[in-house]
Design a protein around this ligand. Structure first.
Ligand SMILES: *[C@@H]1O[C@H](CO)[C@@H](O)[C@H](O)[C@H]1NC(C)=O
Ligand SMILES: *[C@@H]1O[C@H](CO)[C@@H](O)[C@H](O)[C@H]1NC(C)=O
Ligand SMILES: *[C@@H]1O[C@H](CO)[C@@H](O)[C@H](O)[C@H]1NC(C)=O
Length: 739
């Protein structure tokens, strides 16, 4: 199973159109601004009325913003003084932890938070450590491949993306430093490589970095000896490796990750509830070893990544399948596992909660981790225009909020149970098993299964999406309530610590209720998501955002991996690529364009870094008959085949049945269009950056189909590399209907 065949194509598909806009901006800022101010583009983000030109919220509360940044500073400096270089600090005793192989998990994992908060001094200290001190070729203890991928690898590639997008200015980290960070990511990924050597391609749970061999411990074995994998483990490689392949130009990584989740995405076993895979899965033959289903722990991020894989790269050849699998999984979740609780005390209605399924048992127990689901469902609901999913997401979020709002510490517990309002027809439900649980059920409407709080981000993450997507200030204030409650309850002399019991009465400085633990996601996710809540930001930005310093579209808001992912997946531009409105006229034009039997690329180039190369390669890769047009080269060689060029549009063999892609500078484009018109060309596609107002107007007016300008799936303007696939599919379908 191969994600793609040629590295240049892959790079083209992933980011060509985005890059072309960035490059173009350097040459032609006026044109660019004109484009981005067009109101026709969709965006997942709510159009906040008080947003200023630079996409920042004027209503930002500097005091709140400072509080979050101060909390991150305190977290950083306590660690710096007591535990520098260790994986984590022991926040109660001031000791050091080596929970993550001793590479300094805190340093790597929090680096992107420091980047987004603009904490340059602290960031430089961390990056020096990353580039000069960490040796990923050896490890303390066995290496957990899942944790290492989401924490270390995810952070490293995200940091490179933040540098490449100048969230971190070149004055803070140089190109050479950036290259060394990427080299570390590659070293680590290569060390992890053998973990994918199972017959199914799914990863072994552990690696021995000394021997270079993967292995499993007794706890990962099933039925005396079968090694099994859960969906989250097989699925949570895709985004990290996709970005690594993009950054390194090496398709090996994404091929591995694609194969790793292929067993789940293209599941050959019957799914009773389509989209929800039975787990765990046998590492050697891909067969389900048990019937466990759900969106909770061990399953969660497989479903999360399906959506993000689609949004990150809608031009990927499997993107539509990832999207469809995600939609199926949400529908099956809703139909089979989401339930309404018995009415809450003193109220007529209950809240929504998520159950899991195990071998015929309907388990009405939910963990804090599953509170990521509302945010993920909201993101996809808005992206795909599914109002029913938005309703579902907000309903589930109400349930998570109720949990937080009920406890004495105002923090949600690690695991909890609601009683379903309707138990008839369900196989089984837990009921409260002790006097204490019955009291809790009566008082709160749920009972506590595990009373701890481990500094987790999922609830704040979902609030982040809810506020950005709906603009409802309620979610902003809930996020602030959660932050202050967490800060109060977890603060220690040496940082912030896990809470033993959220049901204990609040007592300032109550260290008896704390565990001497603080995992890296506290700084990497919880605080970052809190800081990126609109309204908690400075109105004058500390961390320069593309929305403010690069003249990108208003309402663009930077989101790096951790801002948008519970599991540290690298998805830098995610919230920026949100088509809600697609112009129907343009869809029809795309269909006409792909109805031609022949294609030509004006400005085709031999140079693989040029878009004239990538676009031409795209046509070949899709088995379309395409002629390169270039007056200065006799042929263009791709994959060792020389393709003879035509010197101009009028020299094409049959221009009247040829659709033309144009990748020339705006100054040259109008002349090309006039020539194409005279030659009888039916349809033209102006790649982003190839046209000015006049050229675009001419193309739309003078041809049967003229494509270009604002819109398209990638929000970078219509681009063959991103929008071509879907256009081809629609055109083919249309043709099939006619035949
Ligand atoms: C890795 O393998 C070596 C050699 O067999 C062994 O000594 C070591 O204990 C192993 N490490 C782990 C973490 O299992
Ligand atoms: C409860 O669930 C059963 C089985 O799914 C269904 O037949 C019944 O109508 C439900 N009752 C209510 C009040 O929704
Ligand atoms: C947190 O502490 C502050 C100051 O002591 C107090 O005003 C506030 O009520 C506390 N918040 C919670 C949720 O206990």
């Amino acid at each position: 199973m191969s994600g793609f065949r040629h590295a240049p194509h892959f790079r083209a598909i992933a980011t060509a159109c985005i890059l072309s806009i960035y490059l173009l901006y350097l040459w032609a800022p006026d044109l660019f601004l004109h484009e981005t101010h067009s109101k026709t583009r969709g965006n997942v983000q709510f159009a906040f009325p008080d947003e200023d030109q630079r996409g920042k919220l004027n209503g930002g509360d500097a005091r709140k913003a400072d509080r979050v940044v101060e909390t991150m500073k305190r977290t950083f400096w306590k660690y710096r003084i007591r535990s520098w270089g260790f994986d984590d600090i022991k926040p109660v005793s001031g000791g050091q932890g080596t929970s993550r192989n001793g590479w300094g998990a805190f340093i790597v994992d929090t680096s992107t938070t420091l980047a987004l908060m603009g904490m340059w001094e602290e960031l430089r200290l961390e990056v020096d450590h990353i580039t000069d001190k960490i040796d990923f070729t050896t490890a303390e203890g066995g290496v957990n491949t899942f944790e290492t991928t989401i924490r270390y690898l995810g952070a490293l590639v995200s940091l490179v993306e933040l540098i490449d997008n100048e969230i971190v200015p070149p004055t803070v980290l140089s190109q050479g430093t950036r290259d060394r960070i990427l080299a570390q990511a590659i070293t680590l990924a290569d060390k992890l490589g053998p973990s994918f050597s199972s017959p199914t391609g799914m990863p072994w749970p552990l690696m021995n970095f000394t021997t270079g061999f993967p292995y499993a411990e007794a706890t990962e074995k099933w039925d005396s000896g079968r090694v099994v994998v859960f969906p989250a483990h097989a699925g949570s490689n895709y985004l990290e490796y996709k970005v690594l392949s993009h950054l390194s130009g090496n398709p090996l990584y994404i091929n591995r990750a694609t194969r790793s989740w292929a067993t789940l995405v293209w599941n050959k076993y019957i799914e009773e509830w389509p989209g929800l895979v039975d787990a765990p899965i046998d590492l050697f033959n891909g067969a389900p070893a048990d019937k466990q289903r759900g969106w909770d722990r061990k399953h969660d991020s497989y479903y999360e990544y399906l959506l993000k894989a689609y949004i990150l790269d809608p031009g990927d050849r499997y993107a539509a399948e990832y999207r469809d699998r995600w939609v199926q999984a949400v529908q099956s979740l809703r139909n089979n596992l989401v339930f309404e609780s018995r009415p809450l005390p003193g109220q007529q209605v209950g809240v929504l909660s998520i159950a899991t399924y195990q071998n015929g048992w309907f388990i009405n127990e939910m963990s804090h981790l599953a509170c990521f689901a509302p945010g993920n469902i909201l993101l996809g609901g808005r992206y795909l225009g599914r109002e029913d999913f938005i309703t579902l997401g907000l309903g589930l979020l109400d349930g998570c909020h109720h949990i937080y709002d009920s406890t004495p510490l105002k923090i949600g517990p690690e695991a909890f149970s609601f009683m379903p309002s309707n138990t008839s027809g369900k196989y089984y439900s837990y009921e409260p098993s002790s006097e204490k649980e019955r009291e809790q059920l009566e008082k709160y409407g749920f009972w506590i299964v595990n009373p701890a709080y481990r500094l987790r981000p999922e609830y704040i993450e979902s609030l982040f999406y809810a506020y950005r997507i709906t603009g409802d200030r309620k979610y902003q204030s809930w996020a602030w309530d959660a932050f202050t409650a967490i800060e109060n309850a977890t603060q220690t002399e040496f940082g912030f610590a896990q809470v033993k019991n959220v049901m204990a009465e609040f007592k300032k400085g109550n260290s008896e209720n704390l565990d001497d633990e603080c995992q890296s996601f506290w700084g990497a996710e919880t605080l970052k998501l809190e800081a990126k809540h609109p309204g908690n930001e400075h109105s004058t930005s500390r961390a320069p955002l593309p929305g403010s310093n690069r003249g990108l579209a208003p309402s663009r808001e930077v989101t790096d991996s951790r801002v948008i992912s519970a599991s540290n997946s690298p998805l830098y531009p995610l919230l920026n690529v949100m088509p809600i409105t697609r112009s129907q006229a343009m869809d029809a034009a795309v269909k006409t364009f792909f109805s031609s039997p022949r294609f030509a690329v004006v400005g085709a180039s031999q140079d693989p870094t040029k878009f004239g190369h990538k676009v031409f390669a795209w046509y070949l890769d899709h088995s379309l008959l395409a002629t390169p047009i270039n007056p200065r080269a006799a042929s263009i060689t791709i994959s060792s085949t020389a393709h003879p060029t035509a010197p101009s549009v009028s020299a094409l063999p049959s221009p009247e049945e040829t659709s033309i892609s144009i990748i020339t500078p705006p100054s040259a484009t109008l002349a090309v269009l006039r020539e194409a018109k005279a030659a009888g060309v039916p349809a033209v596609w102006l790649q982003p950056g190839s046209f000015d107002d006049e050229g675009l107007a001419y193309a739309k007016r003078e041809f049967k189909a003229g494509i270009g300008g604002a819109g398209g799936m990638g929000e970078e303007g219509w681009c063959v590399l991103v929008d071509g696939e879907e256009g081809m599919r629609v055109a083919k379908q249309d043709l099939a209907e006619k035949l």
